[in-house]
Design a protein around this ligand. Structure first.
Ligand code: C2E
Ligand code: CA
Ligand code: CA
Length: 705
């Protein structure tokens, strides 16, 4: 409207003289800036306004058909958007003021009007109307926007009284805009700290003072009018006038209940074990650290109990993972039942649990708790159609005696747990510093073993077996030797079990087999009277799915006749894994490889068991041989073993023969072969080759006896 250069004006004036005067002032001769229409009564004016676009109305308040304010109202009603300037008579200023209140933009007093003033008044009236329209439109747009965003928006004046709030705020606070406007923001928008529940003063003052955007403190809770609490996040900014002076503040907040619930859920799953719902390692570490702080402060003790189920793997393997999982859940529940509210029962993964006893009076309290847990775990667990029995071993470490930090306490409890297992399971064991020495030693051996193969630190020694009848060497047992770069010679009795535990026995065993077979073939090639090469095979190697494949590959590679190879398997292995062992033994027999049962007599085999296996020889354990001719022993075990072997048509080899007396006894009881220091210690390969050349001649063995 204001952009047009020509303006359309409607003059409503019944007095022809006044009308002419105004017309002359409005349109000086030659001016084309104004289009002027005139009506002389209200009804005509209404009609005209209904049909034409008009930029401004100049209205006389004394019309024949409308007087004073009525004229103003009717003109406003006929064209609400069009600015209105009224003409009053000299004595009627008060009417003019009322007209302004009714919506007139300005007024002129008849008789005081002059051309310049008239034009200026009309121009301002038009411009003011345009500005007002724009402001109104802007405000409407702002409100519409504020009402459709998801955040709560509240505006206040400088003193913190509410001047506006949007629909979301109405919902969040329970206050309607009309009720809230003019009230203190602190009354409508009550926020408290989530943990302390103390009211947080809404920091308008600060925001206003600091002239910058402030974040609400974290963990804010908005208390709705009806008392419902809503976690919120938000910020407050200061509103400024053109001079930069603060005129109020605007709050923007949102409901973060959903986000907070998700993050709680997430931190719960980050800190808990999904299977049992128990705290996991991470949360336990936290609790343990707290317990240490408390114990130190109150001069008390705390205990870490490391619990591991005995034989859980077997249940898992034989009954399946879902049964295993349910068993773990059942164990978890029982442990929780055994614990006090202040204790933490956590699952570390697998079948390992750690229980933290905080603020203990006496270290003995842990023993009571451990016994209670052992009993609880050992009760049958009814899972599906199974009534499962499982036992546990527990290691205990005490703060501060066994460690000052979480890591050490857990490590030492773990070490003690291993000791408990070695002591026969289903028991608990307090940590002792000596265990640590062993653990450290064990660890350095494990590390050393990892590099031993590539650094060529292994060698084989060979110990001869000799026939009682002929005195001839019937074979060699290959025995592994390891020279550790700093520890020196390490006994296989020490490192073989460790190699088994950490899986290194597989590559090591493979090396031994290849070496022994290669050496045996070399002696055959050299024309030496080589009988059989015996190689010790550990349980893990034997049960490894590709064991046979690997073995036959080595035989092919070295060219050794399978009949010259003998595998020594322990009696325990055969007893424990009889099913899988039987079929492997059958294959070995078909291929001609001999099998001897090692350490016989220590594994409580029954005769019926032995019949199942295709084996060729028994090696009487050296502990029995060692007892021969000692006071109180009549050698009856040895004689029983020999006669049993006879009935099963097995060869009998006596291990650990150290003396002439032992040799004589064994020979007289019809033992087939002897092995032991009495004949020869295990020796390096050159020396063994010499033995093959020269033979061994000692009393009570062979023809010269
Ligand atoms: P083992 O199979 O029972 O081997 C016999 C052990 O008795 C050897 O100990 C041997 O040196 C020792 N010995 C031989 N004659 C006598 C004697 O007259 N008196 C006494 N007191 N001991 C005698 P070593 O070499 O220390 O081996 C210990 C164990 O380590 C072996 O017991 C065997 O179970 C294991 N082992 C050795 N080499 C290997 C191997 O290459 N692979 C596997 N899996 N195990 C091996
Ligand atoms: Ca052996
Ligand atoms: Ca043995």
């Amino acid at each position: 409207m204001g952009k047009r250069s020509t303006q359309a004006l409607l003059l409503v004036e019944d007095n022809p003289g006044d009308a002419r005067l105004l017309r002359e002032m409005l349109i000086p001769p030659g001016s084309r800036r104004m289009e002027l229409a005139q009506t002389s009564c209200m009804s005509e004016a209404e009609k005209y306004l209904g049909e034409h676009a008009v930029d401004v109305v100049l209205l006389d308040l004394g019309l024949p058909d409308a007087e004073g304010l009525e004229a103003v109202r009717r003109a406003r009603a006929a064209a609400p958007q069009v600015p209105l300037v009224v003409l009053t008579s000299l004595d009627d200023e008060s009417l003019a003021v009322q007209a302004l209140q009714e919506g007139a933009q300005d007024y002129l007093v008849k008789g005081q009007v002059e051309a310049c003033g008239l034009l200026r008044v009309l121009r301002y009236a038009v411009e003011r109307q345009i500005t007002e329209d724009a402001v109104l439109a802007e405000k409407e747009r702002a409100q519409a926007t504020l009402n459709c965003i998801g955040d709560a928006v509240i505006c206040t004046d400088v003193s913190g009284n509410i001047t506006f709030l949007n629909v979301v705020t109405e919902k969040m606070t329970g206050w309607l805009r009309q009720e809230a406007e003019g009230r203190r923001v602190t009354e409508v928008f009550r926020i408290v700290d989530a943990t302390s529940c103390e009211t947080i003063p809404v920091p308008t003052g600060i925001a206003l003072g600091q002239n910058r955007t402030l974040q609400l403190p974290l963990n804010c809770i908005l208390v709705r009018r009806d008392g419902v609490e809503i976690p919120i996040e938000g910020s407050i900014a200061t509103i400024h006038d053109r001079q930069g002076k603060p005129t109020g503040a605007v709050f923007v907040c949102r409901d973060v209940s959903a986000a907070r619930a998700t993050s709680l859920q997430m931190s719960h799953s980050a800190e808990h074990d999904f299977l049992t719902g128990l705290p996991n390692r991470m949360l336990l570490n936290d609790r343990c650290t707290q317990a240490i702080v408390l114990a130190r402060r109150h001069a008390k003790q705390a205990a870490v109990m490391f619990l591991d189920l005995d034989g859980f793997k077997h249940i898992n393997d034989s009954l399946g993972h879902s049964v295993g999982d349910r068993l773990l859940q059942s164990v978890a529940r029982r442990l929780v039942d055994c614990a006090r509210a202040s204790d933490t029962v956590s699952r570390q993964g697998g079948d390992e649990f750690i229980v933290l006893l905080s603020e203990m009076q006496h270290p003995e309290d842990a023993a009571i708790a451990a016994q209670r847990m052992l009993r609880a775990v050992a009760e049958p667990h009814s899972i599906g159609q199974h009534d499962l029995r499982v036992t546990a071993s527990i290691g205990v470490s005490i703060y501060p005696d066994d460690g000052l930090d979480t890591e050490t306490l857990i490590k030492n409890a773990d070490t003690a747990m291993y000791q408990a297992k070695e002591n026969g399971r289903q028991n608990y064991q307090y940590f002792k510093p000596a265990m640590n020495v062993r653990a450290v030693e064990r660890q350095s051996i494990e590390q050393g073993l990892r590099r031993a193969l590539e650094r060529n630190e292994f060698a084989l020694h060979y110990q001869p077996k000799v026939s009682f009848k002929t005195g001839a060497i019937t074979g060699a047992e290959a025995l592994l030797r390891w020279t550790h770069p700093t520890l020196g010679a390490v006994s296989p009795a020490l490192f073989i079990p460790i190699a088994e535990d950490c899986g290194l026995i597989l590559p090591i065993g493979n090396w031994v087999l290849r070496q022994a077979c290669g050496q045996a073939q070399a002696w055959v090639d050299a024309g030496l009277p080589m009988a059989t090469m015996a190689v010790n095979v550990s349980t893990k190697e034997f049960l490894e799915p590709h064991f046979l494949e690997g073995l036959f590959a080595i035989l092919d590679e070295t060219g050794l006749d399978p009949r010259l190879l003998q595998l020594e398997l322990t009696e325990r292995l055969l007893m424990k894994h009889s099913e899988s062992a039987a079929s492997i033994l059958q294959t070995l027999r078909e291929r001609g490889v001999e099998v001897a049962i090692d350490d016989f007599g220590t594994g409580y085999s029954s005769l019926s068991y032995l019949r199942k296996f295709s084996v060729d020889a028994l090696k009487i354990d050296q502990s029995f041989v060692g007892q021969i001719n000692t006071p109180g022993d009549d050698g009856c075990i040895v004689t029983a073993v020999i006669s049993m072997a006879r009935s099963l048509k097995l060869r009998v080899i006596a291990e650990g023969v150290e003396t002439l007396e032992q040799a004589t006894f064994l020979r007289s009881h019809d033992c087939d072969e002897a092995q032991g220091y009495y004949l020869s210690r295990p020796v390096p390969l050159e020396q063994f080759a010499n033995l093959l050349r020269t033979g061994i001649s000692v009393p009570s063995i062979g023809a010269q006896a």
